[in-house]
Design a binder for this molecule. Structure first.
Ligand code: BTN
Length: 222
């Protein structure tokens, strides 16, 4: 049974979750969600800006058997959840959610702590910003607390431990398989055809006849 804390406002649900877990039993499952997050963090040194229509939540979970697949697994589970609700989202490497217009509508931040990972998920339910996508239009009423709990339950109940199954599902949802892409990781830039995920979730890119592996960075379709 998950212990769910829903706040009106917080800096980052990741920090509140960490605080909660410091006094929890080792097998406790905790979910922290909020109406508004003021200092959200993204992957790397990025900030995560929340809009009024953004759902922000964090939960603890055991990592995927291949640790680096954990965020990828969460991305697939989230697309499965929304598919059951009639919304077909796409995935962009490594673990962004794309709305139907191929604009980012969600992101996942995973912070590892041995057997207990802290997964932070941000989803734009609605978006009025030109550069971001949203899952619903404003006519749909969504209760953030309820949706966060439904998503957390779904995640815990639909884990995908088999790496082969997971990669296959991810590839089916990928919005840029075989497309020309650029992956930027600091000063390193790889441009080529995106071939999918490697054994550890890394991006495989065909560049000048060679397969280049990128373990980090941001992907942009060319
Ligand atoms: C990314 O795409 O860079 C990952 C974004 C993750 C944002 C979520 S919102 C809930 C949780 N709390 C945070 O501070 N970040 C994550």
């Amino acid at each position: 049974m998950i212990r769910h804390i829903h706040l009106n406002q917080c800096d980052s649900t990741q920090d509140v979750l960490k605080e909660q877990l410091s006094t929890a039993a080792s097998d406790d499952l905790v979910l922290v969600s909020c109406e508004q997050q003021t200092k959200g963090r993204g992957r790397g040194d990025h900030a995560w800006a929340s809009m009024p229509g953004t759902l922000c939540f964090s939960l603890n979970l055991r990592p995927h058997p291949i640790l680096s697949f954990t965020a990828i697994e969460l991305a697939v589970i989230l697309t499965d959840f929304f598919s059951l609700k009639g919304r077909e989202l796409r995935l962009k490497w490594p673990n962004d959610l794309w709305a139907e217009d191929k604009k980012k509508c969600g992101g996942i931040l995973v912070q590892g702590a041995q057997a207990n990972f802290l997964a932070g998920i941000g989803i734009n339910l609605f978006s009025d910003a030109e550069e971001f996508g949203g899952i619903y239009d404003h006519s749909v009423a969504v209760e953030k607390s309820r949706l966060a709990k439904d998503l957390a339950d779904f995640i815990h109940e639909h884990r995908i431990p088999d790496p082969g199954v997971l990669r296959e599902k991810w590839h089916r949802r990928c919005g840029h398989l075989n497309a020309l892409v650029t992956i930027t990781d600091g000063s390193e830039v790889t441009t080529g055809r995106f071939l999918g995920l490697g054994d550890f979730g890394e991006a495989l890119v065909s560049q000048e006849g060679e397969t280049v592996r990128s373990y980090n960075g941001s992907l942009r379709p060319v």
